[in-house]
Design a protein around this ligand. Structure first.
Ligand SMILES: *Cc1c(COP(=O)(O)O)cnc(C)c1O
Length: 357
């Protein structure tokens, strides 16, 4: 029996992407590698139809956190100041990164169940010394909440600040309005909504943001990575096979119809899960209109702890995901990324029925 991954990345691969890993061994100092790198960078811009005159996609060998770290460490300029909007684990991680690099920052913490409070963000941006940047997580995977980038971006634009976005679990599946939201950069990874393998991640940034970058980081120095990649070069040995898979995943993504198709597909699967679980008495913690299509969080059924639920579903071929922090006792999460279809979800729902017998 094939095990399906319903955790938020890595995802169940399509056969097409899996086979792409078997291409020839490749030295990263050969032209074939730079062709691969160029194609990945171009296709990443194409996902949201970004103009290469304005935007650059910078690749790195890291998980999603590496790309977020590279973005935060590099794109808050030397004398810049960062406001971190937090409503979950990943917002808190951004603040930890800022602290680690000695960046001037403040946090605006929310309860993990809450949406960012626009009035509080505005007040924060207005009272203290001006912030140059605001960091926010687009899809807060902690709860499945989709934060509204355009609303926060509008507050930033009025005050001359720019957005740095953790879009690790939304890039490719949720709409991102790069201009309207006043975005300087987004960080994301190959192995979530794009359906690649772990090991390749990237930052899509405005050229002008890269030009003002600070070089706090070494391996993750975004400006150096950007400069060398633009010259068909690379500072270090990249995860060549992860790049093979990323390029094939991006070709497949385009063949299937791009962001809108992937969004529609995830939305149908997520609603199938939500509706099916609701009819079995298991409620989603957020209403659909506040949730991403990528992942939803559900209350644990009364009297069932996460571990036995996880183990019983795994025995039937499905890997679900625990809540983080204090939420681990309250909820479980189901993502519908990857090579998953409606009949898989039907089987998942039947597995829930079997648990209750
Ligand atoms: C998955 C994820 C990350 C990165 O996690 P890695 O384990 O480093 O890949 C960052 N932010 C969000 C919102 C995520 O969902």
């Amino acid at each position: 029996m094939k095990t399906l991954l319903l955790n938020p990345g890595p995802v169940t691969l399509t056969e097409r992407v899996r086979q792409s890993l078997l291409q020839p061994d490749l030295c990263h100092r050969e032209s074939e590698f730079y062709d691969l790198q160029d194609e990945a960078r171009q296709r990443l811009l194409d996902v949201y139809r970004l103009d290469p005159q304005e935007w650059s996609a910078v690749l790195m060998t890291a998980s999603g956190t590496g790309a977020v770290e590279s973005m935060i460490a590099s794109l808050v300029p030397q004398h810049g100041k960062l406001l971190v909007v937090q409503n979950g684990v990943y917002g808190e991680r951004i603040a930890n990164i800022a602290k680690q690099y000695g960046i001037a920052y403040e946090t605006l913490a929310h309860d993990w169940m809450d949406a960012p409070d626009l009035a509080r963000i505005a007040a924060c941006l207005d009272t203290s010394e001006p912030f140059t940047h605001v960091a926010v997580v687009h899809h807060e995977t902690t709860t499945g909440r989709l934060n509204d980038l355009c609303q926060i971006g509008a507050l930033c634009r009025e005050r001359g600040a720019q957005l740095l976005v953790d879009a690790v679990s939304s890039f490719g599946a949720e709409a991102i309005d790069f201009s309207e939201a006043n975005i300087a950069a987004v960080a994301a990874t190959a192995n979530k909504c794009l359906h690649g393998v772990p090991g390749a991640s990237f930052v899509v940034a405005r050229h002008e943001a890269i030009e003002r970058a600070a070089s706090r980081a070494y391996y993750l120095d975004l400006a150096r990575l950007a400069r060398l990649q633009a010259q068909r070069n690379t500072p270090f040995t990249p995860s060549v096979h992860a790049y093979y898979a990323l390029v094939e995943a991006l070709r497949e993504f385009e063949d299937e119809g791009g962001v809108s198709t992937r969004h529609a597909r995830y939305a149908a699967l997520a609603e199938q899960v939500r509706g099916g679980l609701a009819s079995r008495g298991i409620a989603s913690i957020l209403p659909p209109e506040q949730s991403s299509v990528v992942l939803r969080a559900y209350d644990l059924p009364p009297g069932i702890a996460y571990e036995p639920l996880h183990d019983a579903l795994k025995a039937r071929g499905f890997v679900i995901y625990a809540g983080q922090g204090d939420l681990s006792k309250r909820l479980f999460r189901i993502s519908t990324m990857g090579d998953i279809n409606a009949s898989d979800i039907e089987r998942l729902l039947q597995a829930f029925d079997e648990l209750r017998r």
